[in-house]
Design a protein around this ligand. Structure first.
Ligand code: FAD
Ligand code: MLT
Ligand code: ZN
Length: 489
């Protein structure tokens, strides 16, 4: 492939034939379940499955399969395994590390037609559903019943809960509800040889040996296809408040976070960071008016969720009075209604889209100890100023460096917004960013995973021993290596 000059197609994998396609069409019983680029030119229809959200990675799949049941997934994988056909599991294709699209001609197994809720218990809050249910659909279903899906992120309208599991997505409220590793109670998954792993437990507690489902959580589709999930969901809070605050320094952001934990404690449900550059970029890309009049170097979005509106407002007001009085926060606004809540959140959630709006984006999703977290953004800007790649005019590939993220989880999103993808920019960033993070004993991926983007760099966050153990697991579950090949493992 020209797209990936440094990766070679693995010759162990068979190329698809018309006969293979015939088998799949018969199995799935209909044209709508198959996008067939073997027997006809289907490039336009295949594009959405081959190209990722950032338009940075592009595969050459000529076949997309959309199974409707776990049994169909099992038969597909068994056939692929028996015939050495490589497979790329795919959910909503919103992944940000190139893991969700093929590299060469892997068959895309897309879960979008497995979209049924299986059960919900309104006493325990345990929700069981097919992997292909869209996150927002799941959350709306739960909202009608007074519950909330314990994960929320900007891509909720297209990502699937199976994809969320496969990436161990973190999102906007991890500080309140915890990770998928903690909330998932059970999984149903299919191994490459067709074995159905039937671990769809609805038990909160279950200490009966190895917790094997954890391997699929954050496994990024490298050992099997997740087909069903069981998850514990908390009550939806009737009282939600959102404040958007301006601050003069990163020191003050840290003080505000400390105060928020202290004073808002059990009702704090999000503490997000945005720098001025990220808000300017959002403003420029969308034309939206920013919430505050003057510009501050930093902004925080604070959300509270609780059961008593008066109680929560009282707490939030006391917090705001204190942080403004102590000059930790210099300016701020509290949403007065649902529309305002949405528009404040849009300033945070809209950064992803804005970051690539002017051409493209290099995204780094990092865990860094809080005191050091923002230094990376500052040093990254200096780095680009020195090497002459960033500037105001079209001559420069880099438009801006923006920093934002899940402050409450020590998770920084460093985004380098570019006018065009450019090897020189990539070279300036990698491994520079990873070295920086390793020096702080951080993680090169807090939440997006490794995929293809960080395949070469896992060693910055994992020891030789850990990588070896991962490879052993991969070999055990997927001895022929057909699951999401060429990616991190
Ligand atoms: P895909 O993108 O289709 O796939 C992602 C990976 O999972 C691939 O490796 C794929 O092979 C594998 N996979 C998908 N489905 C399955 C399955 N059923 N079985 C096995 N493997 C599977 N991520 C965060 O963590 N936090 C955020 O705050 C966040 N915000 C985002 C905001 C925007 C605007 C966008 C575009 C992305 C954001 N992401 C975030 C990244 C992305 O949305 C998540 O990684 C999401 O969980 C991916 O789900 P998906 O269904 O789109 O999976
Ligand atoms: C987010 O939190 O907005 C996403 O994880 C970050 C991104 O788009 O890089
Ligand atoms: Zn994020």
């Amino acid at each position: 492939s020209d797209s990936y000059p440094n990766i070679k197609r693995d010759s162990r994998f068979k190329e698809l034939s018309a006969e293979d396609v015939k088998y799949f069409k018969e199995l799935l019983g209909g044209e709508s379940a198959v996008v067939d680029g073997i027997n006809q030119d289907a490039s336009d229809d295949l594009e959405g499955f081959n190209a990722d959200w950032m338009r940075k990675y592009r595969g050459q799949a000529r076949l997309v399969l959309k199974p409707e049941s776990t049994e169909q997934v099992s038969k597909i994988l068994k056939y692929c395994n028996d015939n050495s056909l490589a497979v790329n599991p795919q959910g909503g294709n919103t992944g940000l590390v190139g893991g969700s699209v093929p590299v060469f001609d892997e068959i895309v197994v897309n879960l979008s037609r497995m979209n049924k809720v299986r059960s919900f218990d309104d006493v325990s809050g345990i929700f069981v559903a097919d992997a292909g249910v869209i996150l927002e659909t799941a959350d709306n279903y739960l909202a009608e019943r007074g519950y909330i899906f314990p994960l929320d992120l900007g891509a909720k309208g297209s990502c699937q809960i199976g994809g969320n599991v496969a990436t161990n997505a973190g999102g906007l409220r991890l500080l309140r509800y915890g990770s998928m590793h903690g909330n998932i109670l059970g999984l149903e998954a299919v191994l490459p040889d067709g074995t159905v792993v039937d671990d769809l437990s609805k038990l909160r507690k279950n200490n009966t040996g190895y917790d094997l489902k954890q391997l699929f959580i954050g496994g990024e589709g490298t050992i099997g296809v997740v087909t069903g999930i069981s998850i514990i969901c908390p009550q939806r809070s009737p009282a939600v408040n959102v404040a958007y605050l301006g601050l003069e320094s990163y020191e003050k952001v840290q003080s505000a976070f400390r105060q928020a934990k202290k004073q808002l404690s059990e009702i704090l449900s999000a503490f997000e960071l945005m720098d001025a550059q990220s808000q300017r970029l959002y403003q420029k890309a969308t034309g939206a008016k920013l919430p505050l009049e003057g510009e501050s170097p930093f902004y925080c979005l604070i959300e509270t969720s609780g059961s008593n509106a008066d109680h929560d407002s009282e707490k939030l007001n006391a917090f705001l009075e204190q942080v403004m009085g102590d000059e930790i926060v210099s300016d701020g606004v509290v949403a007065q209604d649902e529309t305002q809540i949405q528009s404040l959140w849009a300033c945070r959630e809209g950064i992803s889209e804005a970051s690539q709006h002017f051409g493209g984006v290099y995204k780094y999703d990092l865990s860094i100890p809080l005191p050091e977290l923002y230094n990376l953004v500052v040093e990254c800007r200096e780095h680009f100023e020195k090497n002459g790649l960033m500037g105001e005019t079209d001559d420069f590939p880099v438009l801006d460096v923006v920093g934002y993220g899940h402050m409450g989880d020590s998770n920084l999103h460093l985004n380098v917004a570019v006018r065009r993808y450019d090897k020189a920019v990539e070279k300036a960033l990698e491994p520079w960013v990873y070295e920086w993070v390793a020096k702080q004993s951080g993680s090169i991926s807090a939440e997006h995973g490794l995929g293809l983007a960080k395949k070469e760099f896992i060693g910055y966050s994992r020891s030789e021993t850990m990588i070896k153990l991962m490879k052993q697991i991969k070999d055990l579950y997927d001895p022929k290596g057909i699951m999401n090949p060429y990616k991190y493992i």
